[in-house]
Design a protein around this ligand. Structure first.
Ligand code: ARG
Length: 586
């Protein structure tokens, strides 16, 4: 079977292949062909090759020019500077290639990764009995986008929502519930909002008793022991807290327009049964050692204050296991049980030291190796308008649901302003897609490792690098296609000469496949966002300069409609990969 790439290889790729074939070291040397301001493309690779062959670069470049055999691709090729090649491609090649891509279904030139494996992606991991805040937004949004991108390029992905569902705080909560049995309404009788308000109330009330009443504190401590030893009544009550929390989580994920599967919610507690063995394996191999009664792993390069080594604590002196032990057990499970080839974590950058230590320990154990690698996409902080970590006016952390509700509300104002003849239901539906899209896009369009300011005014603005701008570009194209109706169909006409704005748009579309492949390999959704923004901008320029339905000839109308249609499918697919909707009308 021919590789998928050959069907839809871009003009860029085909040109690079033709150059490679014309080089003296055919097949080995890289022509380093890139988009350029001087011409459509520039090839810089001849300089390095000439150096290697001890030849004159300009002469070598001239030799390549006369040796190249791809007349259908090239309109103009010239040697410039010390030995660059400036290349202008043929209009016909651009249109033909886009037409082939359009005929090839919904891949839009995106190649399947020939080395695809299985990625277990750890993202969207809130904590039981706790409110989700703006920090949990990033993990969910970035993780979801990466997952779509990986899936689309052929990777098998398995989600793991490593929720915080274990720890000593459950002793207090469960003991309180035993003493106040009516306080938690059954999970199947509440909605997300009620579930969280129940949990909040119980959390606060139990905390108050815990702090004020020494005897309760003691009973709560005993309850922790009962929980850890698997006491049935205690576990049942713990499960009720988990179930109640899940009702709440699902309601937030739904607000985020994100699919979360129950079988992929595998929290810290799921690894309880593995912890003792994980510790034993670490100790027996000598990777972990006993230090003051605790079982720890040391690292040469990880030192704290006073140059003292900071160890990773696998087991505390009292025998208890914590966060590190569950993460190490999770690695074993994901590698051995799920056959992962890549472990991807989307977790706050503030946990990067934890993961550095966990990964290194796993490497020493051989659980991670050349074939199974782990990577933490440590993401930055969401800041308020003042540039400080995002807080309410009262200085509290911002509830994620409030934030999402407000985004949808703002979006409703924008939608209402734009289209006055809509029913309230239509407004709400579009506002949901616009508002949630705006929040996601703002997050995804900055590189994950950087902090960004949460600024709703900017996010729902119609101008600038926002999802609304992209959604409008898409909706505008759909409206043109509707208007054309049956009178003119989008049809490629490779024989037509292209206007500058058409060429620019066409060449950018040509690069979609390589861009998606690179952005996915680099776990960089912001590169896809930047591509889409540029696509919408080039479309806007094209639309301003090239009349579509009123073009000079019927063939030109059809060809421009074709450019519109393929721009629309590319915008749609790109946004879908980011987890953002593109409404048909706005
Ligand atoms: N629940 C944790 C938190 O809210 C994040 C879990 C990250 N994943 C992991 N495997 N440790 O901080």
């Amino acid at each position: 079977m021919a590789p998928v790439t050959s069907l839809t290889a871009s003009v860029h790729q085909r040109l690079a292949d033709a150059l490679t074939a014309a080089l003296p070291e055919a097949g080995v040397a890289d022509p380093l062909l890139r988009r350029s301001d001087r011409a459509d493309f520039q090839a810089n690779g001849i300089l390095a090759l000439a150096k290697k062959l001890k030849g004159n670069p300009r002469e070598l470049a001239a030799q390549v020019v006369s040796g190249i055999t791809a007349p259908e691709l090239i309109k103009d090729i010239e040697v410039s500077g010390p030995g660059f090649l400036n290349i202008t491609v043929a209009d016909e090649a651009i249109t033909r290639n886009l037409a082939a891509r359009a005929a090839d279904g919904d891949r839009l030139g995106v190649p399947l990764n020939p080395d695809a494996g299985t990625t277990v992606i750890d993202y969207a991991q809130p904590n039981v009995a706790k409110e989700m805040h703006v920090g949990h937004l990033r993990s969910a949004v970035i993780g979801d986008a990466l997952r779509h991108m990986l899936d689309f390029t052929g990777e098998k992905t398995i989600g793991r929502h490593h929720i915080g569902d274990w720890g000593t705080q459950f002793g207090m909560l469960i003991q309180y519930l035993i003493e106040n049995p009516g306080e938690l309404a059954p999970a199947d009788e509440v909605d997300g909002e009620q579930a969280m308000s129940n949990l909040n109330r119980i959390y606060k009330a139990s905390r108050a008793v815990f702090d004020a009443d020494e005897q309760f504190k003691e009973r709560a401590r005993k309850r922790v022991v009962a929980l850890q030893s698997g006491d049935k009544e205690t576990l049942d009550l713990w499960q009720r807290f988990v179930d109640e929390s899940k009702v709440y989580f699902y309601s937030v994920f739904e607000k985020l327009d994100m699919e979360v599967r129950d079988e992929e919610i595998v929290g810290e507690s799921a690894y309880n049964g593995m912890m003792a063995e994980t510790a034993r394996l670490l100790e027996e191999s000598g990777v972990a050692v006993r230090s003051e009664g605790a079982l720890v792993v040391f690292f040469d390069d990880i030192k704290g204050k006073d140059d003292q080594p900071v160890p990773l604590i696998v087991q505390k002196a009292d025998g208890g296991f914590g966060y590190a032990a569950s993460d190490l057990s999770a690695i074993r499970d994901r590698v051995v049980g799920l056959h992962a080839t890549t472990l991807l974590y989307v977790v706050d950058v503030r946990q990067s030291l934890h993961f550095k230590m966990v990964f290194e320990a796993a490497r020493r154990m051989g659980w991670l190796n050349d074939d199974v690698t782990a990577h933490n996409m440590g993401y930055g902080t969401v800041l308020g308008a003042d540039g400080k970590p995002f807080k309410t006016r009262e200085g509290e952390t911002v509830r994620l649901q409030d934030l999402l509700d407000e985004a949808v509300q703002r979006a409703a104002e924008v939608v209402r302003e734009k289209a006055r003849d809509l029913t309230e239901e239509e407004i709400q539906e579009r506002a949901f897609q616009v508002g949630i899209g705006a929040v996601k896009y703002a997050d995804l369009s900055t590189s994950a490792s950087r902090d960004y300011k949460f600024d709703l005014d900017q996010m729902v603005s119609l101008n600038g690098d926002t999802s609304v701008y992209l959604q409008y570009a898409y909706a505008r194209i759909q409206s043109i296609l509707r208007k054309a109706g049956d009178s003119a169909r989008p049809t490629a006409h490779p024989e037509l000469e292209l206007a500058p704005a058409e060429r620019a748009l066409g060449l950018h579309l040509d690069g979609f496949g390589a861009l998606v492949a690179d952005a996915t390999a680099e776990y960089a959704p912001h590169k896809l966002a930047a591509y889409l923004y540029q696509l919408a901008s080039l479309y806007t320029a094209f639309y301003a300069e090239c009349p579509v339905l009123k073009a000079d000839t019927p063939a030109q109308v059809e060809n421009r409609l074709f450019l519109c249609a393929i721009t629309a499918s590319t915008l749609h697919k790109g946004m879908e990969l980011l987890g953002i909707r593109t409404p048909e009308r706005l």
